[in-house]
Design a protein around this ligand. Structure first.
Ligand code: T1G
Length: 692
């Protein structure tokens, strides 16, 4: 059996190296290896100190999430941490890569800590619907106080070891051979006769109890309206850290951890974690080799082109923005400078970084300027025939092996590929706005797109920190969104109000309800996005009616809501209610009531049913891909796991029966896809289809 922890002794220092790729997750084998290695070191008289270090790319990035939901195997992580802390010889943790969750809790349990200058650390358990369950909520505040500790635990964001507040955790930050530095550090301890320094005995973070309690109180207030369960439990544990003796605090943390772990929210968030990683497993990666990217070509002068150019510049690429007119080129250049200026203002980059980015940027009013680009993204929206002509031109201009990407909406990728002599280099890509924030993008390969081309686009997206999702022939997101919106329209048509629907979906955890989202998008944008309308015999046209009444969404001050004053107060508008009442009267509709629960259920059922159709049509490869797109592109609550996971939690057999009931009102849209029948008959759920 491969040893998960290597034991070596170097000049009175025992070095325990954790070797469990890819991220040294603290699996049972690793935990046992650490305890065995520690016992061996403590039992060896020649050993005076211990160094704990990660092999490969990182110090442990947490407990092994795959073990959750299975019976716990001893030694469990809290015990491993206690054993390290109570060791009779000094233990030094040497950190590189990302010491996260249980990994950072091991660091906190060590007596001394040194880190590589590029290392990051954090307690991201809240992103999995749990809390640091191996002493993190008790040890971190002892060293860093409530504010820093809660920042880490409530945001879940990794912190660079060079960050201002990080000093409290690390005795040294080094640049060079970490292992060598760690052994030297340990030998220094030995020569200075320094023994164990237990975090449980530290109280630096409690020095200002008033400030501590104030911070805790503020945080309770901040999370009070949140629907996620774990954040409040985290604050309770950090509060307990200052109030209870250490071991009682640990016990309190232990039971709170178990409570969180057993919630459906945590199950959904863990599902989302693996769904995001599974999405990137494209068949093309088996053989595909990503091509090197140095220069990115961007076609277009609109918002998408400018945003693409800016995020590529921020990632260090050279960017050539090409349009077909001088005026458009000037507009593109000014848009890009404005966006870079905004990024400096929002401290997403320094002025120097912006200046360096501009130095890597050129514009041109002729596509010929793209001849040296390694990848060219056409970010324009135009009719397929016009787009085909552009790809014919690109085929003549682009260098050998350049990847040609259609980043416009509703791409006809096969048509474009046929317009070139290298169809293997052509692919479609659907990026979601806002580009800097949305963490997902859909890759739509054509029938002849090569593995290398797909692998290149995947590497491009990973560099932009986006989860790539594979879609066939068309995009996943717009279809699910259209189904969600149509379900909402049917509810409003039948008697609900847009305001009740929005309230219900915010209650479900959506950032915005469908109608407020429409208002912010603007009716023009939403109408053009409706290219992928889902099947239905009729589509209530409330947006058309509002437009006819001179409304175009938030930017026009009037949409489904009224937007008055600065900052705009958002108000419900009786005129909209009247407009909808008139629509029903004209269509002889006798309105009926809907509970928020019924609204949520119909919207979810519509999304899951459309998702089932996408799976059967082969547009989506697995249900969890649909979940990843909806979470990261349309604000579907991650703690609900995505529409397919939420449908599983709601019960597929019941959903099938309900869909059949809804289908009596509108068969074409609501009739359950036959996948429901197949799964129900075989006692399976959507999650059983997330195999590949
Ligand atoms: N457990 C199991 N597998 C993990 C894992 C983990 N903690 N972290 C990553 N993997 C797998 C992942 O599924 C993928 O597998 C491969 O490693 C590479 O990951 C008691 C209970 C470390 C920043 O939340 O944030 O500790 O797809 O593609 O982009 O308090 O992974 O190749 O088969 O994401 O370079 C807390 C989770 C756990 C950190 C690297 N820790 N991981 O990102 O690679 S809870 C976390 C990450 C805990 C204690 C509690 C990232 C990363 P595969 P990747 P990456």
């Amino acid at each position: 059996m491969v040893q998960a922890v290597l034991f070596e002794v170097e000049d009175n220092v025992a070095v325990l190296t954790i070797k469990s790729p890819p991220v040294n997750a603290l699996s049972h084998a690793v935990r046992s290896g650490i305890v065995d290695g520690l016992d061996r070191a403590l039992g060896d008289d020649d050993v005076k100190a211990v160094v704990l270090i990660g092999g490969g790319r990182t110090f442990p990035a947490g407990a092994d999430i795959r073990e959750f939901g299975h019976p716990v195997q001893d030694p469990w992580l809290p015990e491993v941490c206690n054993r390290l802390e109570m060791a009779s010889k000094p233990v030094v943790a040497a950190v590189h890569g990302t010491a996260l969750g249980g990994g950072f809790e091991v660091v906190l349990a060590a007596h001394y800590r040194i880190a590589d200058k590029d290392a990051r650390f954090g307690l991201p358990e809240v992103t999995l619907g749990i809390l640091p369950g191996a002493g993190g909520t008790q040890r971190a505040p002892r060293l860093a106080g409530a504010k820093f500790a809660l920042d880490m635990m409530l945001t879940g964001r990794p912190v660079p070891v060079t960050a201002p507040g990080a000093k409290v955790f690390f005795d040294a930050v080094v640049d060079g051979d970490l292992r060598k530095e760690a052994v030297a550090f340990a030998q220094n301890l030995i020569s200075e006769g320094k023994g164990p320094r237990r975090t449980r005995d530290q109280r630096i973070g409690f020095e200002d109890p008033h400030a501590y309690q104030n911070e805790v109180t503020n945080r309770y207030r901040m999370v009070a309206r949140q629907q996620e369960y774990a954040p409040e439990q985290i604050i309770r544990c950090v509060e307990a850290a200052a109030l209870l003796p250490f071991d009682q605090g640990l016990a309190f943390e232990r039971s709170s951890f178990q409570d969180c772990l057993e919630t459906s929210q945590s199950a959904a968030l863990r599902h989302a974690f693996f769904a995001e990683r599974r999405a990137g497993k494209f068949p093309e990666l088996k053989t595909g080799q990503a091509r090197e990217l140095n220069t990115i070509g961007v076609i277009g002068a609109g918002g998408l082109a400018a945003s693409v150019a800016v995020i590529c510049l921020q990632e260090g690429w050279h960017v050539v923005a090409a349009t077909t007119t001088v005026r458009a080129a000037e507009h593109a250049a000014s848009e890009i400078s404005k966006l870079l200026g905004g990024a400096v203002m929002r401290k997403h980059m320094t002025q120097t970084e912006a200046d360096e980015a501009l130095a890597r940027f050129t514009t041109a009013s002729d596509l010929v300027a793209l001849s040296e680009a390694d990848m060219i993204l056409d970010c324009t929206i135009r009719p397929p025939s016009a787009k085909r002509d552009v790809f014919t031109q690109l085929d003549a201009i682009a260098k050998e092996g350049a990847v040609l990407v259609d980043a416009g909406a509703h791409s006809k990728v096969n048509l474009l590929a046929q317009a070139t002599g290298a169809p293997g280099d052509v692919v479609a890509l659907h990026l979601y706005a806002p580009l800097r924030i949305s963490k997902v993008a859909e890759i739509v390969p054509g029938g002849n797109t090569s593995e290398d081309t797909v692998a290149t686009v995947i590497s491009f997206l990973r560099k932009l920190d986006k989860f790539p999702v594979r879609a066939k022939n068309e995009q996943i997101g717009p279809r699910i969104l259209a189904a969600y919106r149509l379900a909402a329209d049917y509810i409003v048509e039948a008697g609900g109000t847009p305001y009740l629907v929005d309230q219900a979906m915010r209650g479900f955890g959506m950032n915005l309800g469908p109608y407020q989202a429409l208002d912010y998008e603007g009716f023009e944008a939403s109408l053009s996005a409706q290219g992928s309308a889902c099947r239905a015999s009729h589509q209530p046209d409330f947006v058309g009616r509002l437009q006819a009444a001179g409304r175009n969404g938030a930017r026009s001050g009037k949409g489904f809501y009224l937007y008055e004053g600065k900052p705009a107060s958002v108000q419900q508008d009786p005129e909209v209610i009247e407009l909808i009442r008139a629509y029903r009267e004209e269509n002889g509709i006798d309105p009926r009531g809907f509970s928020e629960e019924a609204i949520r259920y119909r919207c979810l059922a519509a999304m899951a049913n459309e998702g089932a159709r996408l799976l059967r049509e082969g547009v989506a490869r697995r249900p969890s891909d649909i979940d990843t797109v909806m979470i990261h592109a349309f604000g579907f609550p991650r703690w609900q796991g995505g529409p397919m996971k939420a449908a599983d939690n709601a019960g597929l057999l019941h959903m099938k029966v309900e869909l059949e009931r809804f289908a009596r009102e509108e068969p074409k849209f609501w009739t359950p896809d036959r996948i429901f029948d197949h799964l129900a008959k075989n006692g399976k759920v959507f999650d059983d289809l997330n195999t590949q």
